[in-house]
Design a protein around this ligand. Structure first.
Ligand code: NI
Length: 193
């Protein structure tokens, strides 16, 4: 009998992401233009410097069709003006590729949008698995006061198109503070696609 081979394991621990093949970070300066309140954004940049807002650790075995990319996204809590910290957001370059996000800790939203401007929201709390259907723009928003940590998984040939959000002047809705909760607000700069 031949010896079994060790399988690959991605160790889910914010302190030690063993098994990852890559990591990227997004700093405040790379999120310029995302937030409505430009003055609040400039003030935070001046006060805090170019701090990291979120980072992603991933295991990407290949980019081949049929393979899977798995990873952990960690989005810090905070606001720029009334708006909560968010990821840049994207649609998959191959738009028909779906994705799941499993919330491990924190409190957030999976903010989604169809091409014709229909907003879809799934609230993320530990244990929730958010399904991002094919052809949905998606972004994470941290509406809590601790890190929003999610495990994601999507087809390895999906790719990301970030420009679709910029071309429309943002997503149709912004997520803003409302008392100690959140609400959606129409994005006045939104251009229907
Ligand atoms: Ni995605």
């Amino acid at each position: 009998m031949s010896e079994p081979l060790p399988g690959h394991a991605l160790v889910i621990s914010p302190a030690e992401m063993a098994g990852r093949t890559g990591r990227y970070e997004k700093a405040l300066s790379e999120l310029e233009g995302l937030f409505a309140d430009g003055e609040a954004y400039a003030a935070r940049l001046a006060r805090e410097g170019d701090r990291v807002i979120y980072h992603v650790d991933e295991f990407r075995p290949s980019d081949a069709a049929g393979d899977l990319i798995t990873g952990i996204s960690t989005l810090s809590p905070g606001r720029v003006g009334a708006e909560f910290h968010m990821t840049r957001g994207h649609i998959h370059a191959r738009q028909d590729r779906a994705e799941i996000y499993h919330c491990l800790s924190g409190h957030g939203l999976m903010l989604m949008e169809t091409l014709d401007g229909q907003t879809v929201v799934t609230e993320l709390r530990p244990g929730v698995v958010a399904y991002v259907p094919p052809v949905h723009i998606h972004r994470s928003v941290n509406v809590g006061d601790t890190d929003l940590v999610t495990l994601f998984c999507y087809p390895a040939d999906a790719g990301q198109d970030y420009g679709i959000i910029a071309r429309s002047g943002g997503m149709r809705h912004r997520v803003v503070a409302d008392g100690d909760g959140w609400r959606l607000e129409e994005n006045s700069g939104y251009v229907p696609r």
